[in-house]
Design a protein around this ligand. Structure first.
Ligand code: RRO
Length: 315
C-alpha cells in the first residue's frame, strides 16, 4: 500500500476525518480529553446531552460497577444550551474536529427549540437527538421506545435545522428496526445505537438499590455483543448510515461494529478506564488497514461474511 490508509468516512451529509467519536456523557464538553491527547485526532466529539436549562442531575450514588460494565443514573446533569454556547463551544471549536452537540428535550417543542438555537451556530457539524436516556421521568426513553414519538421529535427538529440529524436509539425496545424506521421517516440522516440498557444492582446487606434512583443504564463491554447484534440487524433494515456504540474500547471492538454495518463508532465507558482509549482506537484502525492491505476503511462497512458462507448454517 502506498501512503497512509484513508480513514475518512461519509455518513450521508456528515463527513468525518475518521470513524471514531466520543460517546455522549463520557467526556463532558471535550476539555476533559485535552490533557491526554490532541482531540484533533478524533473523528468527532459528541457532547453531554444539553437541555434548554441547566440540570443538576440525580442524587448520588449514581454510578455502580458491574461485571464488565457500569451502571449510571446521572440524570442528565448539564450546563444548559446557553452556557454551552458561551463557555464550552469556544474550546470545542479550537479542537479541530467535528463537534456534535447531543440534545435532550422533555417535550417535542423543547427538542425543536434546542435545534433552532444551535442551527445557525458556527462550528457545529451535526446534532445527536437523545431520545433514549434511561434516567429521566419525562422525555428520554419515553420518546425512544415509541415509534410515533420518535418520528414526531425527529420531524420537529428537521423543521428547525439544516444540520445533519443523528437519532440515538434505545436498546430497551422489542424491535429496534421499528423505531429506527420511524426516525428515518421523520428525517434522520444517521442513526446511532445503542444508548444504555436498563439495569439494576441491589445492596443485599441494606436490601436497597445501589443507585439512588433504583435502576440506571448499563454500558461497557458487557453490552457489546448485544450492540453488535443490533447494529448488524439494523444495517440490513434501514437505508441510512449507522454509528455503533456499546462497550467499544479499542480497534478490534470498533471493527466488529464496522464489519457489522456501522459507518462510524463512539467510544464511551472505556474512556473512564483509559482516557486515551478513543485516540488509541484511531491509531489501531490505521494499523489494521496497513496489516490487511485496506486502502479505504470505509470499504469494510458491513463486510462481515455470512455465517452460512463458512458452513455453519443455523440449526
Ligand atoms: O444522564 C444520564 O443519566 C444518561 C443519559 Br442523558 C443517557 O442518554 N444515557 C445514560 O445512560 N445516562
Amino acid at each position: 500500500m502506498s501512503g497512509p490508509p484513508d480513514l475518512s468516512v461519509t455518513l450521508g451529509p456528515l463527513k468525518l476525518r475518521n470513524p471514531v467519536l466520543t460517546a455522549s456523557g463520557t467526556c463532558g464538553y471535550g476539555e476533559e480529553l485535552a490533557p491526554y491527547f490532541d482531540p484533533a485526532l478524533l473523528g468527532g466529539i459528541v457532547t453531554k446531552s444539553l437541555s434548554l436549562h441547566p440540570r443538576e442531575g440525580n442524587r448520588p450514588p449514581r454510578l455502580a460497577e458491574t461485571p464488565s460494565g457500569m451502571l449510571n443514573s446521572i440524570g442528565l446533569q448539564n450546563v444548559g444550551v446557553e452556557a454551552f454556547l458561551r463557555e464550552k463551544l469556544p474550546f470545542l471549536e479550537r479542537c479541530g474536529t467535528a463537534i456534535i452537540p447531543s440534545i435532550f428535550g422533555a417535550t417535542v417543542e423543547e427538542f425543536a427549540e434546542l435545534a433552532a438555537r444551535l442551527d445557525d451556530v458556527a462550528g457545529i457539524a451535526a446534532l445527536e437527538l437523545n431520545v433514549s436516556c434511561p434516567n429521566t421521568s419525562r422525555g428520554g426513553t419515553e420518546f425512544g421506545v415509541d415509534p410515533d414519538s420518535t418520528r414526531r421529535v425527529t420531524a420537529a427538529v428537521r423543521g428547525r435545522t439544516r444540520l445533519p440529524i443523528i437519532v440515538k436509539l434505545s436498546p430497551n425496545v422489542t424491535d429496534i428496526t421499528i423505531v429506527a424506521r420511524a426516525a428515518a421517516e421523520g428525517g434522520a440522516d444517521v442513526l446511532s445505537l445503542v444508548n444504555t440498557f436498563f439495569g439494576m444492582r441491589i445492596d443485599v446487606e441494606r436490601r436497597r438499590p445501589i443507585l439512588s434512583s433504583g435502576s440506571g443504564g448499563l454500558s461497557g463491554p458487557a453490552i457489546r455483543p448485544m450492540a453488535v447484534h443490533l447494529t448488524h440487524r439494523l444495517a440490513r433494515a434501514v437505508p441510512i448510515p449507522l454509528i455503533g456504540i456499546g462497550g467499544i474500547g479499542g480497534p478490534e471492538d470498533a471493527l466488529e461494529f464496522i464489519l457489522a454495518g456501522a459507518s462510524a463508532v463512539q467510544v464511551g465507558t472505556a474512556t473512564f478506564v483509559d482516557p486515551r482509549a478513543a485516540a488509541k482506537t484511531v491509531a489501531g484502525l490505521a494499523d489494521y488497514c496497513r496489516r490487511h492491505d485496506v486502502t479505504r476503511l470505509q470499504d469494510l462497512v458491513g463486510k462481515v461474511h455470512r455465517a452460512e458462507d463458512e458452513g455453519c448454517a443455523k440449526p
